[in-house]
Design a protein around this ligand. Structure first.
Ligand code: 13P
Length: 265
């Protein structure tokens, strides 16, 4: 059972805007550290009103799953194999993720796209496979510095969304979150300004509206990711098109994660 409904918790235009704040631990933490941090986050967020997720490494899923059981924090995976099973050395399948208690999966992270050369087509297959098995998906998009400097940021995100979501129905879209992560802002300490980020989020919403209609696009959660930290989170989250955060470095400590996660307008 999921702790709460999918993107339906997001009441854009209503009285309370719920944010979706997720920690992507990337290739960090050992077993003891993961257990401790997840325990602290569970306690720190127990009265939190936003939607939460933690994505540890595959080897830590079982440990973190046990800690998060019965909490208001979803368990996420950072990637997923392309097929349900078979000859895919080094991959972890959707069925294995489900068995480990995973509820959502991050797909298309720029570190997958740029270090491991995963393509839009591959991403699309993974998105559809995850949705077929009832997992929620966070689909990451974002431009490289040279693409931004050439004025192509919006076009890159548009392409990644159109290709990443090809053949995904509007019914399945409720299980999808988009994370805008400008590659030049990830792990660099340089975040996009709230205005720049909001402008791209707005163009992403336009792309979604063209594909799925205004209503569905309005209800979509679009997270920002890239050097989000307590000092800049409020400025970003107050922008109308920024609905949450996908957090790397600041998600590795409660002191930096909780102030962001507990943000409310
Ligand atoms: P940082 O917050 O460390 O910049 O990482 C962002 C990110 O890539 C989250 O997926």
């Amino acid at each position: 059972m999921r702790p709460f409904g999918l993107n339906s918790i997001h009441k854009k235009g209503g009285k309370v805007k719920k944010f979706y704040i997720a920690a992507n631990w990337k290739m960090n933490m050992n077993r003891a550290g993961a257990k401790q941090l997840a325990t602290e986050m569970k306690a720190g967020l127990k009265d939190g009103k936003n939607k939460y997720m933690i994505a540890p490494s595959f080897t830590l899923l079982q440990e973190v799953s046990a800690v998060l059981k019965g909490s208001n924090i979803l368990l996420g995976a950072q990637n997923m194999g392309l097929e349900e099973k078979g000859a895919h050395t080094g991959e972890v399948s959707v069925l294995q993720l489900l068995e480990a208690g995973v509820q959502t999966v991050i797909l298309g992270h720029s570190e997958r796209r740029h270090i491991y050369k995963e393509t839009d087509g591959l991403m699309n297959k993974k998105v559809k496979l995850a949705l077929k098995h009832g997992l929620e998906v966070i689909l990451c998009v974002g431009e490289l510095l040279e693409e931004r400097e050439a004025g192509h940021a919006e076009a890159v995100c548009e392409r990644q969304i159109k290709k990443g979501l090809a053949d995904v129905s509007v019914q399945d879209l409720v299980k999808v979150t988009i994370a805008y992560e400008p590659v030049w802002a990830i792990g660099t300490g340089k975040n996009a300004s709230p205005e720049d980020a909001d402008a791209i989020h707005s163009s992403i919403r336009k792309t979604l509206a063209a594909l799925y209609g205004e209503k569905a696009a309005k209800e979509m959660i679009i997270q920002y990711g890239g050097s989000m930290k307590p000092e800049n989170a409020a400025g970003l989250l107050k922008k109308p098109n920024i609905d949450g955060g996908l957090i790397g470095g600041a998600g590795l400590k409660t002191e930096t994660f909780l102030p962001i996660a507990l943000f409310s307008e």
